[in-house]
Design a protein around this ligand. Structure first.
Ligand code: F3S
Length: 755
């Protein structure tokens, strides 16, 4: 699973110079986030500083990680780029498609059968293009990355929102959509709005019941779910240096819950210990050598208010455990106030299931601390009142915990060990419940607790807490229990208390594993065949989008004039459609089915101008496509807001829509459209939106002189034969116009590759 030591050496070797140049440009000491960002610029150092929260900057990340749900379309697209190999070290992790039902062994067997075609595809495509492949059961992407690939001072992107977990090892690690991963794997620049900086100064030291999880649960309460938007959260201070690397990972992981671009800690002794215990002494040695670049400059720590846009102080000596929820991770309750909150708000007090583990909290430290409570329960003759599950983050963690007798303790307490996979954290949980409509409570050590997230049931009240608190609550079976002061009655009718949890940050005998579940890619993949069953309804090879025909676009039909909000969920819904993420034709059957038609205010009901009938949007568009007629989609403000999912741009392109014309775009969606070779246009005068009528035939004029900052013209021919024209603007630069002409950005890369 060779992490790329030469790549790490190269990153460190250039860091010093780049940081020195950047310090000159900024004219002041630098935070750690700035050091990493400025030393990963795709282009040369600018002569003036970037504006935080405003400038769009091209970066060159060191690594890419993908999970199996998002990797499918990313790699299908990468295949289009015509490259022999990925440009940076990349990995695929099979963790999202395993349903938790009976327990690890059985569930894994079922998943391997059910998802065979997806796994075969991912294994073969990884093998061909030099991508490390982690089989189902090997572990959860973020835990595996932390154990094997993350390194202080590095920069990576991952196609999953909790990629920032690697900030626990001092990395700038950012969650992105598949299209961004394709860019980086193809050697292109990756664009990001230069983040604002939030500093969190940790004083004191964690002790007793408080854990790293409580730091982020408290921060979430302070900043709320959107308080970290467009910002990097940098943790520092004596309290930070006392938290284990995996605890730091937990804090960074859940930074996603406050909307942060990412979170990170500076390099310290705990990181060095973790690198050594995970068999990377050479990385630890390198990090020691370059450690001045792997922390902020001294004055940042001495005078943080001067350097951060927002500063928070937390005294770990006074930190008490938190329980956040239900339904949102920023509803933070102190343990001492939680029982009262449960009663006041009528949350179901009986706890039905406690779930520990996941990518957020399944370190050796988490498991040993939870096991110390489980052991007390057994010794003190307490029977766990709630169901209890354990999701190890990786096979390494699972194997080590089994070897060291930790899993046996959970087993004795009645716990069920689930597969090393996302499982209930992503709703892959076939929960056994008598009445799915009954209001009920569960508590997890995961990160997200939106309604239905874990078990698909709207009546479930999901709370989030540290694994220690989850374990204590599972023993008590009661959310009003406060393990710091309340007694429980054991099997003999005797009142007993749980002592504070204790644990180990790393296994004394080191981590062990027999089969980590890793497949090293072929050195030369040119002969490797990518396996896709042509009959598959989940996977489909992509075909190149056609290049621009070199003329104006005439005779387009209006497909839909969308009214009001039209997010990427309206354009390409998730839920049951997730299954088709690797099959563009099938997933295109969800295209715009959530968008509201401005003419009848209905969803998924538009006029087919060829027949005059009202049909579903994808059906209507397929009819235009079959007739060889292009179409246009008109939208309102902030069209395409939401996620960065590239399907929302690929589906209309695939079905033959030629242009998206809106009042305004969400920026990422606009870029995604451009990358797919679509025309993304905006009204110059937003009132022209009203001129568009249901039966219009539309021409787009001026394309033969398509140039940056030059408007195009729309000509509408209404049903009564009357004609109206107006100007539309666009934001294409020279390079993006080339994407349009080639049919897509990937087509262009391929053309260049061929020479
Ligand atoms: Fe994400 Fe949970 Fe898996 S946060 S990576 S779904 S364990």
């Amino acid at each position: 699973m060779a992490f790329d030591i030469d790549m790490i050496k190269a990153v460190y070797a250039r860091m010093g110079d780049r940081i020195a140049q950047a310090r000159k440009v900024l004219g002041r000491p630098m935070t750690l986030a700035e050091k990493i960002l400025y030393s990963h610029l795709y282009d040369a150092m600018p002569s003036t500083p970037f504006t935080r929260g405003e400038s769009y900057v091209d970066f060159a990340p060191d690594r890419v990680a993908m999970q199996d749900a998002t990797a499918q379309m990313a790699l299908l697209q990468f295949m289009q780029a015509g490259k022999a190999k990925v440009a940076v070290p990349s990995t695929v992790h099979c963790d999202h498609l395993i349903l938790a039902k009976e327990g690890a062994k059985k569930d894994l067997e079922v998943a391997v059968n059910t998802n065979k075609e997806v796994y075969d595809f991912l294994a073969s495509v990884s093998n061909k293009y030099g991508i490390g492949f982690w089989r189902a059961g090997a572990g959860i992407i973020h835990q595996v990355v932390l154990e094997n690939y993350a390194f202080p001072g590095g920069m990576m992107i991952g196609t999953d929102s909790h990629t920032p977990n690697a900030g626990g090892l001092g990395m700038v690690a950012i969650g992105v959509g598949g299209a961004d991963a394709v860019d980086v794997m193809a050697g292109m620049a990756w664009e990001l709005k230069f983040p604002k900086l939030i500093g969190v100064h940790l004083k004191g030291k964690l002790s007793g019941w408080a854990s790293a999880k409580d730091v982020i649960l408290k921060v979430a309460g302070i900043l709320t779910v959107s308080g970290g938007t467009d910002a990097i959260v940098e943790y520092f201070g004596p309290g930070a240096d006392n938290i284990s690397a995996t605890g730091k990972g937990t804090i960074c992981n859940m930074g996603a819950e406050i909307g942060a671009t990412t979170s990170l800690f500076g390099y310290d002794e705990k990181m060095r210990e973790y690198l050594i215990s995970t068999n990377r002494p050479d990385v630890a040695e390198l990090a020691e050598q370059y450690k001045e670049h792997l922390r902020a400059d001294d004055d940042v720590y001495a005078n943080p208010a001067k350097y951060f846009d927002h500063l928070i102080e937390i005294d770990l000596d006074e930190l008490e455990p938190y329980i956040n929820g239900p339904f949102t991770p920023d509803r933070a309750w102190k343990l001492s106030e939680f029982a009262e909150a449960v009663k006041k708000n009528n949350f179901p007090a009986k706890l039905e299931v406690g779930l520990i583990g996941s990518c957020t909290n399944s370190s050796y430290e988490d498991l040993t601390r939870s096991a110390s409570l489980a052991k007390q329960a057994i010794d003190k003759k307490l029977k766990a009142k709630a169901q209890f599950t354990i999701t190890p983050g990786s096979e390494t963690v699972r194997y080590t915990a089994e070897r060291d007798g930790i899993l046996e303790i959970f087993d004795k307490m009645g716990g069920v060990v689930l597969a090393n996979a996302c499982g209930p954290c992503i709703g892959q949980w076939s929960r056994h419940i008598d009445d799915p409509n009954r209001a009920n409570s569960i508590i997890t050590s995961f990160n997200r607790n939106f309604a239905k997230r874990n078990d698909g049931l709207a009546a479930t009240h999901a709370f989030v807490a540290s694994p220690e608190i989850v374990t204590a609550f599972a023993i008590a079976g009661d959310l009003t229990f406060n393990p710091m002061k309340d007694k429980l009655v054991n099997e003999d009718g005797v009142e007993v208390m749980l002592d504070e949890p204790t644990g180990l940050q790393a296994p004394p005998k080191g981590y062990g594993v027999e089969d980590p579940g890793y497949q090293e890619p072929a050195k030369d993949g040119s002969k490797v065949q990518v396996i896709i069953d042509p009959k598959s309804d989940r996977l489909q090879l992509l075909e190149e989008f056609k290049p621009w025909e070199g003329t104006d676009l005439l005779g387009l039909k209006l497909l839909i004039k969308a009214f009001g909000k039209c997010t990427t969920d309206h354009i390409s819904m998730a839920g049951p459609w997730l299954k088709y993420r690797g099959h563009l034709d099938n997933i295109s059957n969800n295209m715009l089915i959530g968008a509201v038609n401005a003419f009848n205010k209905a969803t998924n009901k538009v006029k087919n101008q060829l027949t005059g009938e009202y049909n579903e949007v994808p059906f209507t568009q397929r009819a235009y496509k079959a007739a060889g007629i292009g179409s246009i989609v008109v939208g309102d403000e902030n069209y395409g807001e939401g996620s960065s999912r590239e399907h929302a741009a690929m589906e209309p392109r695939f079905l033959g829509v030629r242009a998206i014309l809106v009042k305004s775009f969400a920026r990422i969606h606009e870029t995604n459209l451009k990358k797919q070779g679509m025309l993304a246009l905006r009204f110059v005068d937003k009132a022209d939106y009203d001129k568009i009528q249901e039966d219009d035939t539309i021409d787009i004029l001026g394309l033969t002189e398509f140039a940056p900052n030059k408007n195009l013209t729309i000509r509408l021919t209404h049903k009564d034969g009357s004609v109206e024209t107006f100007e539309v603007k666009h934001t294409y630069n020279e390079a993006q116009i080339e994407w349009f002409k080639a049919g897509s950005a990937l087509n262009l890369i391929k053309m260049k590759e061929k020479g």
